[in-house]
Design a protein around this ligand. Structure first.
Ligand code: PSU
Ligand code: MN
Length: 334
């Protein structure tokens, strides 16, 4: 029997791909065609499908995000891992499997090799999706919210808990992989000021679209000033084009506020997050399980309102990412 995790050779790799990871990539036909003919492509991640939202909402969001990218005029490429391959672009059957299978692994940069070696399904986080996107030649990627510096990473003022140093590998990936990541802000369960400091230190531009504040994920505002702001997608594309063109090696983060009609009031979001974070501390939840646990608990505490916001913001980010991918190509006439 052949080993399903064996190196597949160069069968599926797109011609412009040079990274060694390219040997592991399997591009969906529409993605390969779009990349080969210079049409816009948007990468989408899959951890929010397998670990971020409950069924059936996760499947609806996965489909709606892809539809939003198509509607903007770009080709969606949802990324996940199966049978030792990194799939760039999933068909309907794969989306359903990811949304319904128990025990799907969560693959980030540190767990990417283990996820590939395990041979089954793994969902990719922001860091792993950026790696796949860059290897495939995709410049634009949409997610809900990036991971970052967790509350309590440096300890908690006036409390005995030691520092956890829990900082998402998403931040290091943004520092080292040249992809534009469209999100609704770092996830609201995080320490936002520390996350921004980390990104600044590591040389990652953080740009808010149509706002002077960093978008607050569940809420439109966060109360924290954005390091950079642009008024619209055209201006965002100009900035992304210059950044990627400089060859600095880093990514760029674009924050888009959640649509107004589905946003959570800032105070409601904050109260639920504070309670959920305290409970997670007491229950000893940590490591890769922490983010999914907090998102699920906030959904319970807000009686589903956070799920509505999370759903709406993911689809909105996918739409904006599609528009950004189109604008970027317009800036580079063939
Ligand atoms: N955006 C969402 N829901 C999610 C995530 C993003 O709306 O669940 C995922 C992303 O894949 C991100 C991950 O990379 O959460 C961060 O996990 P951690 O904090 O363990 O690095
Ligand atoms: Mn972590």
């Amino acid at each position: 029997m052949t080993d399903p995790t064996a190196r597949p050779g160069s069968t599926a790799a797109h011609s412009a791909v040079r990274s060694p990871i390219a040997d592991r990539l399997v591009l969906a036909p529409e993605v390969g065609d779009a990349l080969a003919s210079g049409r816009p492509v948007v990468a989408l991640e899959s951890t929010l499908i397998s670990h971020g939202l409950p069924f059936p909402r996760n499947l609806e969001v996965a489909r709606d995000a892809e539809a939003a990218v198509w509607a903007a005029g770009a080709v969606p490429a949802t990324v996940a891992i199966n049978r030792g391959r990194i799939l760039v672009g999933l068909d309907e059957r794969a989306l359903v499997e990811l949304a319904t299978t128990e025990g799907v692994l969560k693959a980030a940069r540190p767990s990417l090799a283990a996820a590939i070696a395990a041979g089954g399904w793994a969902a990719t986080t922001v860091s792993a999706t950026m790696i796949a996107a860059a290897a495939a030649g995709i410049e634009v990627f949409a997610t809900g919210g990036i991971g970052g510096v967790h509350r309590g990473a440096l300890g908690r003022p006036g409390r005995p808990e030691p520092p956890t140093l829990d900082i998402s590998s998403d931040l290091e990936e943004l520092a080292r992989t040249p992809v534009a990541v469209v999100c609704a802000g770092p996830k609201a369960i995080l320490d936002l000021p520390l996350t921004l400091e980390y990104l600044e230190t590591r040389g990652v531009p953080v740009v808010a679209l149509g706002s002077t504040e960093v978008p607050g994920f569940y809420s439109r505002r966060s109360g924290v000033s954005a390091p950079l702001s642009v008024p619209d997608v055209v201006a965002a594309a100009r900035l992304v084009d210059v950044h990627l063109g400089l060859g600095l090696g880093s990514g760029i983060l674009l924050g888009v506020p959640v649509p107004d009609e589905d946003a959570l009031p800032f105070d409601q979001a904050r109260a639920a997050i504070e309670q959920a974070t305290d409970e997670a501390d007491r229950a000893g939840v940590h490591g890769p399980a922490l983010t999914p646990w907090l998102l699920a608990r906030v959904a319970e505490l807000t009686e589903g309102a956070s799920l509505r916001a999370n759903t709406a913001l993911i689809v909105n980010d996918a739409r904006v990412a599609g528009e950004l991918a189109l604008e970027l190509l317009r800036l580079r006439p063939a």
